[in-house]
Each structure stands twice: as C-alpha cells, then as structure tokens.
Design a protein around this ligand. Structure first.
Ligand code: AMP
Ligand code: GLY
Length: 423
C-alpha cells in the first residue's frame, strides 16, 4: 500500500512509524511532515487540498490518513472522496463535532448523551443570567476553534461575565468567540477515549491520559499536552461499558441520523464524576500526544485498521493490542507555550543501556533538518516514548531516554503518569 499522512506533528510521525514497520505498506508520504519524517517516508509540500488530491491520484495513494483537525474542518475528506480516493477521517459536516462547540452541545442534548449543563448564546445578558444561576467556578468557552485555548475556568461570577464580554466583543478570540457556551464546572478526573469508526462500526482503543498543563503537579498554563500514557488504570470494564453504551453508540447513531455518518477517530474528552462519564468535548482526530502512546500498543497492522475504517469494513477486523504500557514525555522548547524559541541543535547520545535502547523510541514533532543536522524549531519538539510491563517501568524507560536528548532550553515535565502511579 501507498499511504499519505496529512500533518506534521508527533501524532503524524507516530502513525508513520506504525506504518513503516507494517508489512503491507510500501511507500509513505507526509504532507508536509517534519524534519525527521523524511527518514521514514517522503515529505511533500502541497498545501492546497485540491492539489493534494491530485498528488494522491497521480501517485496511486491507496489511503490518506489525516492527523490535524484543520484540514478536516476544511473538507479534505469530501474533496478526496469526490475524486474516488480512500481517506480516513470525518467529512466536513461530521467534523463540526469539533469545529463548533455549540453544534456539539446541541448534538449531545438532542441525543441524551450526558454533558455539563450549559447555555449557548451570542447575547451578553443571556450569558449573565445563566452565570448567575451557577455555582463557581464557571466555565466559559468560545464557540469556534482556538487552538485549545478557548476555554476559561472563572473562579467568580464577575470573572465569568468579564470573560464572556471579552469573547462576545471579539476582543479575546476574534470571530471564534462571537458565540459562546457557558457551562457548569464538573469536578472529577479527565479521561480521553478514542474510537476508530467507519460510520457504523467502531473499535475502542486503550484509554489514555494526557497532561495538559505545562508544569509538574498540573500547574502552569494549558498546553497542547506535555505527555501521556496508556492504558490508564483510571478505567475499568464497568466504566468502558458505560462509555460505549451511553456515549459511543448514541454518538454514531446520532451522526447517522443527521446523514453525516462519523468515520475517522472519534476522540471523546470525558470528565468522570463519581464514576459516571460526562462528555466535555469531542475532537475529530487523534489526540497529540495520546496518539504517540497508542500507536506502539497496536498489535493489529495499522494499515488494516485505518483502511478498513475508511471503507466501512471495521466489522471484519479483530483489533489486538500488546499487553504492555506506554508512556510518552514531551520535550518542549524553552519558551513553549508562550512564544517561539530560537532554533537549537538536537544532540542525542548513543544509548548504551540495552534496556532503554530496546524499549524506547523518539517520536519527532517540531524539528527541522538544516544541513543534515536536526534542530528544535517547534513548541513541542519531540516525545520520548517508553514501553514496559507496567507503567512504572515504561515511565522509567521514557525518562531514561529523556536524559539522552539535548538541546538548549529543553523543558519537560518530570511527573508524567503520576496519577496512575498513585492509584
Ligand atoms: P475543552 O476544550 O472543552 O475540552 O476544554 C478544555 C479543558 O478545560 C478540558 O480538558 C478541561 O480540563 C477543562 N474543562 C472544560 N469544560 C469543563 C467543565 N465543564 N468542567 C470542568 N473542566 C472543564
Ligand atoms: N492532547 C489533547 C489534544 O490533542 O487535543
């Protein structure tokens, strides 16, 4: 098979790594890829989605896998499918589950899927009325895509009103905030569930946990995610069953009823409150860095999983995972997440410890190759991934690898997977 992967981050690189060792895969293209993906495939620099479809046709691409949400919400799947190409991801209409928080909240309510009490509005006085009816803290969200930054957790009613005003006036998030969702705060722990879907059938992947804050102990600003691990012990069979029956099944059914069957990765962000799953959000793609810890656990050929999902034949597939744990630690550049940092050369020591060498790898993200040298040029630069028989072993190996990677200003959290190790 020839596969095209759309995106440039650690998520896309990790999908590429899984496909690279897959016997069914001959060639991999990345659009645009990063400074290291060219080593496991070929980077191509085509931004226009119609041109990309032409490239896929001309180069006999059998399957395209889309990583980030932006091309999905722009309709890449519709464009490719119109050309008769096979592509893994939701249509533009289905991608509204992530593209619009208001659409998502209404969808949840219409399908009786548990979610926080909310109001969706463009009207400041309506927002204030609802804010007055809630207890603090209060959550205020911009409707549109804001690169993960459009959610404010206000500790007082005044702060919530102030944030609502700033969003509605366009001051804080421009057009993305002209409509807002105000909702009750849910007090519990977060879980990410990923279901690979083909419109009708689905396969649930092991539950993963991300670490969104920059600093140890979940302090500091929100980021895209500073590390993840899977499977997490914060879930059991009973909770999986509740999530499937109360969330996954009604979501797929609801999407079919809207004539927008959901195909692709359905990423369900849940808050578990007193043992009950409550939906915080959907994303229409893999999480990053969750994907980087899920791909190494996949025993089934990745090409088969994504291809069968793309052609609506997931019912034919028996999905298998390794009976192991995976921990991924993000190494970020100096000024992340505030501003960009000066490029700095990445040096990786020879790894002499065979235990670390055989059970770890790097998933590259914000890196560029300049004169054959590798430079850290993005916010989240790379992930050190460790596998083990238990979480502690996987974590120790991942951190062992972190010690072998050097570049000026490198920063990473030292406590990835702490919640699992505390259980
Ligand atoms: P979202 O983009 O909606 O997932 O929100 C981003 C983050 O804000 C979530 O991962 C949670 O940590 C937090 N959050 C969002 N909504 C709520 C809520 N209703 N209660 C508590 N925390 C929330
Ligand atoms: N890791 C969270 C996300 O990808 O949105």
């Amino acid at each position: 098979m020839t596969i095209l992967i759309v995106g440039s981050g650690g998520r896309e690189y990790s999908i590429g790594l899984a496909l690279h060792k897959d016997k069914n895969v001959k060639d991999i293209y990345f659009a645009p890829g990063n400074g290291k993906s060219g080593d496991i495939g070929q980077n191509i620099n085509i931004k226009d989605l119609n041109e990309l479809a032409k490239f896929a046709k001309d180069n006999m691409v059998d399957l395209t896998i889309v990583g980030p949400e932006a091309p999905l919400t722009e309709g890449i799947v519709d464009i490719f499918e119109k050309e008769g190409l096979k592509i893994f991801g939701p249509s533009k209409e289905a991608a509204r589950l992530e593209g619009s928080k208001a659409f998502m909240k209404n969808f949840l309510a219409n399908n009786s899927i548990p979610t926080a009490k909310y109001v969706e509005t463009s009207d400041f006085s309506q927002a204030c009325k609802f804010i007055d009816s809630l207890n603090e803290p209060i959550v205020v969200k911009a409707d549109g895509l804001c690169a993960g930054k459009g959610v404010i957790i206000a500790s007082s009613k005044d702060e919530a009103k102030n944030e609502a005003k700033r969003m509605l006036s366009g001051e804080s998030f421009a057009d993305a905030g002209k409509k807002i969702v105000v909702e009750e705060f849910l007090d519990g722990y977060e879980l990410s569930i990923f279901a690979v879907c083909d419109g009708e059938n689905y396969k649930i992947l092991p539950a993963a946990q991300d670490h969104k804050r920059l600093l140890d102990g979940d302090k500091g600003p929100n980021t895209g995610g500073m590390g993840a691990y899977a499977p997490t012990p914060l879930i059991n069979d009973e909770l999986y069953e509740k999530i499937e029956q109360r969330v996954v099944v009604p979501t797929l059914k609801g999407m079919r009823e809207l004539n927008t069957p959901y195909k692709g990765v359905l990423f369900i962000g849940l808050m578990i409150v007193k043992g009950e799953p409550i939906v915080l959000e959907y994303n229409v793609r893999f999480g990053d860095p969750e994907c980087e810890v899920l791909m190494p656990l996949l025993k089934t050929d990745a090409s088969e999983l994504f291809y069968k999902a793309a052609i609506g034949k997931l019912d034919e597939l028996k999905i298998e995972f390794y009976d192991k744990y995976c921990v991924g630690v993000v190494i970020a550049s100096e000024n992340y997440p505030y501003k960009s940092s000066k490029p700095s050369e990445i040096i990786i020591d020879d790894i002499v410890d065979s235990d670390i060498r055989n059970n770890t790898h790097i998933s590259y993200a914000g890196v560029s190759k300049i004169d054959d040298k590798l430079f850290a040029t993005g916010g989240r630069v790379l992930l050190c991934i460790g596998l083990g028989e238990d979480i502690k072993e996987a974590r120790d190996r991942a951190y062992g690898l972190c010690g072998q990677v050097h570049f000026a200003g490198k920063q990473f959290r030292k406590d990835i997977a702490y919640q699992a190790l505390r259980v």
